[in-house]
Design a binder for this molecule. Structure first.
Ligand SMILES: Nc1ncnc2c1ncn2[C@@H]1O[C@H](COP(=O)(O)OP(=O)(O)OP(=O)(O)O)[C@@H](O)[C@H]1O
Ligand SMILES: [Mg+2]
Length: 254
């Protein structure tokens, strides 16, 4: 039953009619030292869908993302993802000895021109820092450079692992907005790991909660965009998700 299939399910990759799924995961198990962190997990993401993944620390979110990114293949089960995928982590992971634009192009096949990097940097509002050294970037700028590096790959699936976790509140709001705009413009599927329930509800079409190695709960977010935290339906969804996450909202309010 161990079929580690990383295959083309994107229309771009195959030229086939629009694929039914951007991500198709079935019976996925990943164990560390005999302990199944992911335990027969099932997950489908539609092309162009924005999905947020919540769950307590250590429940396996990053492990799942790394598997979808093709960075961990020591698995059992079925994993189908588009060939074109990109991942951005909480820490921007820029190479300090390469200028920003070279970081953006890092790992791309062939010898892409600087203009390719500059276009992606323009999209994230960072073209003026293209020739800078990573250490001279602010936290928010470094995070945007990391996003540009994901975008040059023209992904059908964008995997984001707490990309805004280290940012201050204002920069974070701007970065969230940017990701929302990029997603709408690019039309790629997004899987965003976050600890922030509001962030999940502001951005996603669907919110998942991971627990005990599986997707234990999920809810669609059927609110018009742009969304407002003041919307009573937003508050209701937030309450339900916090409850699922084991946060006692009544005790918090007391
Ligand atoms: N390479 C590894 N070797 C051994 N155990 C690992 C390895 N990678 C992850 N784990 C364990 O698997 C579990 C899930 O880790 P993971 O990083 O996926 O959690 P997470 O949900 O992303 O948590 P957080 O919200 O804190 O980032 C943890 O108990 C972790 O210690
Ligand atoms: Mg993690």
């Amino acid at each position: 039953m161990a079929t580690d299939v990383h295959g083309p399910v994107s229309p771009q990759a195959t030229g086939a009619p629009r694929a039914a799924h951007a991500v198709h995961v079935e019976s996925l198990t990943r164990s560390f030292d005999g302990r199944a962190v992911i335990d027969r997990l099932r997950l489908d993401v539609q092309p162009g869908e924005f999905v947020a993944l919540l769950g307590r620390s250590g429940c396996g979110k990053s492990t799942l993302l790394r598997i979808l990114a093709g960075l961990d293949r020591d698995i059992e089960g079925t994993v189908l993802v588009p060939r074109r995928k990109a991942v951005a982590f909480q820490a921007p992971r820029l190479m300090p000895w390469k200028k920003v634009w070279r970081n953006v192009l890092l790992g791309l096949p062939g010898k892409p021109e600087r203009a390719v990097a500059d276009q992606a940097l323009e999209e994230v509002g960072l073209s003026h820092r293209s020739g800078a050294w990573p250490k001279t970037l602010s936290g928010g700028e470094a995070q945007r450079a990391s996003l540009a590096r994901a975008l040059v790959r023209e992904p059908d699936l964008l995997l984001l692992d707490e990309p805004f976790g280290a940012l201050d509140a204002l920069t974070r709001i701007k970065a969230q907005r940017l990701v929302g705009e990029l997603w709408q413009r690019r039309g790629c599927a997004v899987l965003l790991v976050t600890h922030d329930v509001e962030e999940a509800l502001l951005l996603a079409d669907r919110v998942l909660v991971m627990d005990e190695g599986v997707i234990a709960y999920e809810t669609p977010v059927e609110l018009e965009r742009p969304r407002a935290v003041t919307d009573p339906r937003f508050a209701e969804l937030r309450g339900r998700l916090l409850e699922r996450l084991g946060v006692d909202t009544a005790a918090d309010a007391a």
